[in-house]
Write a protein that binds this ligand. Sequence first.
Ligand code: CMP
Length: 147
Amino acid sequence: MGQRTFTIIKPDSVGGNHIGEILTMIEKAGFRIIALKMTYLSRSDAEKFYYVHKGRPFFRNLYLFMTSGPIVAAVLEKEGAQDAVAEFRELIGKTNPELAAEGTIRKKFAASKTRNAIHASDSDENAAWEAAFFFPDKEIIDTKYAL
Ligand code: CMP
């Protein structure tokens, strides 16, 4: 298991002016931001990024929402983590905000299964693929030594 994961702060959170608060929750949970970018997904980007969900009943809502406004993509590192992917998924909470635990990012900011505030990778392999989708190697930075 690795020490890195990948996240997207979704258009509902960006539009709601919650970027800073979400990044603060992420940092306070012990994750270090090692790449960060505000951008947009085109429809074709969104279809590629979420290709594993193609054919699912929620796919149309997913790409319409993810292309509806700006997003913030980030690569995160948690030093000493046994499993950064799993620990970050704990922090964000369940996909359905009604089931998200108290203290999670989705409990605080998500409105529905589609407008659910934030995305997190679900495996080390997907985290690496998703990070590379948004960031070339030179934009993933060892910030610990960037003093
Ligand atoms: P995310 O972590 O971005 O990864 C896939 C997304 O698909 C997920 O968050 C949800 O926004 C969406 N999703 C997954 N399951 C459902 C569902 N049952 N209904 C609606 N949207 C879903």
